[in-house]
Ligand binder design. Structure first.
Ligand SMILES: [Zn+2]
Length: 269
């Protein structure tokens, strides 16, 4: 039986409103027993908290996403520490920089990003990072803030950037994009990177793999990412599942922070 953790899934997205239970059941049947669910704006936080209360697999993170910077307000930033203080919060996220989206003012993005990095540092929480056309600046920023931990989700940078990140102790989140044969640079990086910094993710409902192009993504499809990464690395899929799940548990402190409603799980592997 596989033991998988989806390190990045927007389970609160309204794309799942009609059949969230069935989506989760299919995920569980495929071995996905842990879902890290990051917030994107203040309106998403209560939704995610509710999901975490109802579904033992859901582990919540709270943050203000750079793509939605026009909606963020100073009071949201002021409220964030209370959400981070919730005992089951596992990370600050999803935060970062996105210089691809034209409408998202870069200076406003930087303001919210830097403030949230500081919060993560103060609280000792890992960060879940979104980086689009912005990885160089993000790496530069992280260098000035030693002690931060986290993951660059849906990593799409160069081999040099990948190395810089794991040398700083950051993980790379790998999902659907790796299943496309044309993603040669990413595939090369995934094939050779140190296992201890590798996390699997779906980013569902977005970023479906090659087998579900143009369709809604979901946690059950994490096995296709697993199989692709296992083939690229020449590793056993069950061993890779166990190792990447252990990485998720360690980065997000899941064993330390198990809330009362979560049944104790046997160790992976
Ligand atoms: Zn995301």
């Amino acid at each position: 039986m596989l033991e998988l953790a989806d390190s990045h899934i927007h389970l609160d997205d309204r794309a799942f409103d009609g059949d969230r239970d069935r989506v989760l059941a299919r995920g569980a049947a495929a071995g996905v027993h842990t879902c890290i669910v990051p917030g994107v704006d203040a309106a998403s936080w209560p939704r995610i908290k509710r999901l975490a209360e109802e579904i033992p697999a859901v582990r919540p993170a709270y943050g203000l996403h750079p793509m939605y910077v026009a909606q963020h307000r100073p009071e949201h930033l002021a409220q964030l520490p209370d959400w981070l203080a919730e005992p089951d919060t596992v990370a600050v996220g999803e935060i970062g920089l996105d210089f691809y989206v034209q409408e998202a003012d870069p200076e406003r993005q930087r303001h919210y990003f830097h403030a949230q990095l500081q919060l993560a540092r103060e609280r000792g929480l890992p960060v879940i990072l979104h980086a689009r056309r912005a990885l160089e600046e993000i790496i530069h920023t992280l260098r000035r803030l030693p002690g931060l931990r986290g993951v660059v989700h849906s990593f799409s940078g160069s081999e040099e950037q990948a190395r810089q990140l794991w040398q700083m102790g950051f993980h790379l989140g790998i999902g659907g994009p790796v299943t496309y044969e044309r993603a040669q640079r990413l595939r090369r990086i995934v094939a050779r990177m140190p296992l201890e910094f590798l996390l699997l993710e779906t980013d569902a409902p977005d970023q479906p793999g090659a087998g579900h192009r143009g369709l809604r993504n979901e946690p059950a499809y994490l096995t296709e990412v697993l199989d692709c990464v296992a083939a690229l690395r020449g590793e056993d899929r069950a061993a890779l599942a166990a190792a990447t799940t252990a990485n998720v548990r360690a980065l997000f402190g899941l064993d330390r922070l198990a809330p009362p409603h979560t049944p104790v799980q046997p160790p992976a592997g």
